[in-house]
Design a protein around this ligand. Sequence first.
Ligand code: C5P
Length: 222
Amino acid sequence: KKSITIAIDGPAAAGKSTVAKIVAKRLSCIYIDTGAMYRALTWKALKNSVNVNEEGDLVTLMQDTNIKLEQSDGGQLVFVDGQDVTEAIRSNEVTNNVSYVAQHPEIRKEMVRRQQLLAKHRGVVMDGRDIGTHVLPEADVKIFLIASVEERAKRRYEENIRKGIHANLEELKKDIEQRDEIDSKREASPLLKAKDAIEIDTTSLSIQEVADKILQVANNHQ
Ligand code: C5P
């Protein structure tokens, strides 16, 4: 039997990937960070001076782009045309442009197709914005993670400081709010809680507490 599929959605910096990695490891599933695919294309668009608002140009670029996600101990490595861009796709420049790339229906259609292929014959924990609603509408478990924008900005700030990246709390808060706004208001599969998703507010929970809650839901399912 194909093992469990878990969809984790929610706004920016809600802790989805951190928690998804822990849950995937515990359940021996693969972890797929779909945001990394949109980030990878955005990275390449910026590098090639392709306008992130020009859907046609982006589609042409995408058709000529090989995006590979590879499982590693620490989570997931991302390659664009064979080049390791795991770190590069986390830059502020990519972060602040990715939502424009992800707005285009033709881009989403192809990304969703690739994501569904990745999940086809195996157990997965997949995180993103439209996993429960569009990518894996039949997922066994759907989780919608939320947290206050203050808390999310604070977590991102501390993460950046830890990594030695420049960070400004107010700027981070503004960037997160803007990204959520674009992701929620776009026409093509916007950020939305699936009807059958379980919402978890992580504002006052630890990473382990959130992971445990999801594992509990997953266990009840099996
Ligand atoms: O998850 P992450 O913050 O890395 O996602 C980056 C961006 O990619 C999101 O802000 C959103 O614009 C886009 N995205 C999406 N659908 C997904 C995953 C990410 O539109 N399933």
